[in-house]
Design a protein around this ligand. Structure first.
Ligand code: PLP
Length: 382
């Protein structure tokens, strides 16, 4: 199986599995217990917190709170920020956020909040003047992702943070789920207040996430109960998963695989564009403005879902736009916001590479793809 769907989820790294294993077998106490096993569990959480803090450049380990996933982190950050500023009812976000932010903003709109959804250019980039214009005295929160899950386009988090803090007293929340482990991040040198991440995007298991909360920001908990995570997130800590997230962050911090991944991605992209007609890349090609692993390519006039199924039959896993859209025929909101024409949006495929991909796998993909596209183009109703 050739797995080119690493933005959907990643396989658990052997280093991560090995780190977790003792906590699924012989070390099994509740970290809130004061006996020896409990203390061992607590120590393991402390180490993982340091590992997460190190990867994202937090100033202090107390800024990391473990959650169950990226969606929980996003939801908590947004709900928490709003309840900390009850008199302010305006939110600034973008049209291209992941559902975890986008659907919550839609819900908040129905609850009486006013939402400004910033658009993007045809390359998927944000116009910072539109952000400047959108900020108001009653803006409670700015929620803007760091890396887009469908196109890999990066938004300039540092600059956005400066603008938000100069022009408003709003909180700045960043959905960093797709960026962590793929590009260097140093939150202490930014104006970011809250930053969401998710383990399964960087070779930790599914079901573990974290929220970075800048020192001094006290958010009302989303999950109320026991005093875990210093009273900020109730629920018995998922120690094996937390250990796994820590090990995944350590792995990402220690091994530089991004150049290799980027060169494989570039080869895949270049050859598709030169050997298959009617293809285009969705998202900027400017250096440093896109994740090194992601390539969203439109095979115009061909149905993306059919491409996915044919690739799957050839043992190659990709995704159409975002995994979450795989059951609908509608173009994704991200591609719509980029004004990608319907016939191109329908034929869009996201290739997202990872640390385990080899050149032979890319060559194999490049060898089967032209035949699939030729066959589907002949059957195309367009
Ligand atoms: N934000 C982004 C940008 C994502 O890509 C995802 C998952 O695809 C999420 C949030 C949600 O993360 P999780 O699956 O851990 O809830």
């Amino acid at each position: 199986m050739i797995y080119l769907d690493n933005n959907a989820t990643t396989r658990v790294a052997p280093e991560v599995f090995n780190a977790m294993q003792p906590y699924l077998t012989e070390i099994f106490g509740n970290p809130s217990s004061t006996h020896t096993l409990g203390r061992q569990m607590k120590q393991a959480i402390d180490v993982a917190r340091e590992q997460v803090a190190a990867l994202i450049g937090a100033a202090d380990t107390s800024e990391i709170v473990f959650t169950s996933c990226g969606s929980e982190s996003d939801n908590w950050a947004i709900r928490g920020a709003l309840s900390a500023k009850p008199d302010k009812k305006h939110i600034v976000t973008t049209q291209v956020e992941h559902e975890a932010v986008r659907n919550l903003c839609d819900l908040l709109e129905s609850e009486g909040y006013e939402i400004t959804r910033l658009g993007v250019s045809e390359n998927g980039e944000l116009d910072l003047n539109s952000l400047r214009d959108a900020l108001r005295h009653d803006t409670a929160l700015v929620s803007i992702m760091l890396a887009n899950n469908e196109t890999g386009v990066l938004f300039p988090m540092e600059e956005i943070g400066r603008i938000v803090s100069e022009k408003s007293d709003a909180f700045f929340h960043v959905d960093g789920v797709q960026a962590v482990g793929k590009i260097p991040i140093d939150l202490k040198s930014t104006e970011v207040d809250m930053f969401a991440l998710s383990g399964h995007k960087l070779h930790a298991p599914q079901g573990i996430g974290a929220l970075y909360l800048r020192q001094g920001i006290g958010l009302q908990p989303l999950i109320v109960g026991g005093g875990q995570e210093s009273g900020r997130r109730a629920g018995t800590s998922a120690v094996p998963n937390i250990v796994g997230l820590g090990a995944a962050c350590k792995l990402a911090n220690e091994s530089d695989v991004h150049e290799r991944i980027a060169s494989l991605r570039d080869k895949l992209e270049r050859q598709i564009l030169t050997t298959i007609s009617n293809t285009l890349v969705n998202g900027t090609s400017a250096a440093g403005k896109r994740l090194p692993n992601t390539s969203n390519i439109s095979f115009q006039y061909v149905d993306g879902q059919n491409i996915l199924l044919h690739l799957d039959a050839a043992g190659i896993c990709v995704s159409t736009g975002s995994a979450c859209h795989s059951t609908t025929r509608e173009a994704s909101p991200t591609l719509k916001a980029m004004n990608v024409p319907y016939t191109a949006a329908q034929g869009s495929i996201r290739f997202s590479l990872g640390r385990y991909n080899t050149e032979a796998e890319i060559d194999r993909t490049l060898s089967v793809l032209p035949g699939i596209i030729k066959k589907l183009a002949e059957m195309s109703p367009y």
